[in-house]
Design a protein around this ligand. Structure first.
Ligand SMILES: [Zn+2]
Length: 226
C-alpha cells in the first residue's frame, strides 16, 4: 500500500480533468495502486458531479445527491485524459521485461502504442526512456536506476513528480516504494538513491515551471511540497 500520496489539490485537478496528459497518466497510475487516493478521487468526482447537477435546476428534483452517492460506489475508472496512448518511437527487447512490471493504466498506454521504445544511458547507473508528452515544457520519462546507484542532483529548474513502479529509492525526505509518489522542486535537495537489492523503475514528469499543477494545485502550490 503506498505511503506517499498525491496531494489533494492535484487529485481535485485530476478529477476535474484539468491535468496535462502525462501528469494525468502518472496520477491515474498511482490512483490505480492506492485505495486511499482512489476514494478521494471518487469523492471529488461526486462533489463535482453534484455541483454540475445544481447548475441545471431540473436536476435538483432529480435525486442528484443519490446520484453523487452512487458514484462513490462505482468501480474506479481512470480519467479518460489518462488513458490516451502515449506515442513513443521504439520498443526494444530489454524493455519487454520492464513493461511486465508496469502498473495499469501506464502499461496499456505503452503496450498499445504502435511505436517503439528504448533505454538511453544517462550517466552511471541511470537509464531513461523519454515519452513524448505532447507539451514542449513537460518531460515525461521512465527512469531505471541500478541497485545502489543515485540519480545526479537535479539541474532542471522545474517541478518534478516521480512515481515508483518497481524497486525502491530513498532521498532526504523518505523511502519510496512501488506506488509511492514524491513531488520535488528546485528548493528541495532531491537526490534519490536506489535500494541495494533491486533496480528501481520510476515514472517521472518534470516541468520547467509550475504547470504540473492545475487550477486547484496552483492555488495551493506552497502546500504541495511534500
Ligand atoms: Zn495515494
Amino acid at each position: 500500500m503506498p505511503e506517499h500520496h498525491i496531494a489533494h489539490p492535484m487529485l481535485m485537478d485530476y478529477a476535474a480533468g484539468s491535468m496535462a496528459q502525462p501528469v494525468a497518466m502518472l496520477i491515474a497510475t498511482h490512483v490505480a495502486l492506492c485505495p486511499e487516493c482512489r476514494a478521494e478521487v471518487s469523492r471529488f468526482e461526486a462533489i463535482g458531479g453534484a455541483l454540475l447537477d445544481q447548475i441545471e435546476p431540473a436536476a435538483l428534483t432529480d435525486g442528484s445527491f443519490d446520484v453523487a452517492l452512487a458514484r462513490l460506489d462505482a468501480p474506479y475508472e481512470p480519467h479518460p485524459a489518462a488513458t490516451r496512448p502515449v506515442s513513443v518511437h521504439s520498443v526494444n527487447h530489454a524493455l519487454l521485461s520492464d513493461i511486465a512490471v508496469l502498473p495499469e493504466p501506464l502499461r496499456s498506454a505503452i503496450t498499445q502504442s504502435p511505436a517503439r521504445l528504448s533505454w538511453r544511458r544517462r550517466g552511471i547507473g541511470l537509464q531513461e526512456i523519454v515519452l513524448p508528452s505532447g507539451n514542449p515544457t513537460i518531460r515525461a520519462s521512465l527512469l531505471k536506476i541500478s541497485p545502489g546507484a543515485s540519480m545526479p542532483v537535479h539541474t532542471h529548474g522545474g517541478t518534478e513528480l516521480t512515481l515508483v513502479l518497481a524497486g525502491a529509492f530513498r532521498d532526504a525526505a523518505g523511502h519510496y516504494q512501488r506506488g509511492d509518489v514524491t513531488l520535488a522542486d528546485r528548493n528541495i535537495n532531491h537526490r534519490p538513491v536506489a535500494d541495494e537489492q533491486d533496480e528501481c523503475l520510476c515514472f517521472a514528469v518534470v516541468d520547467g515551471g509550475i504547470r504540473l499543477t492545475g487550477i486547484f494545485g496552483r492555488i495551493a502550490n506552497p502546500m504541495l511540497r511534500l
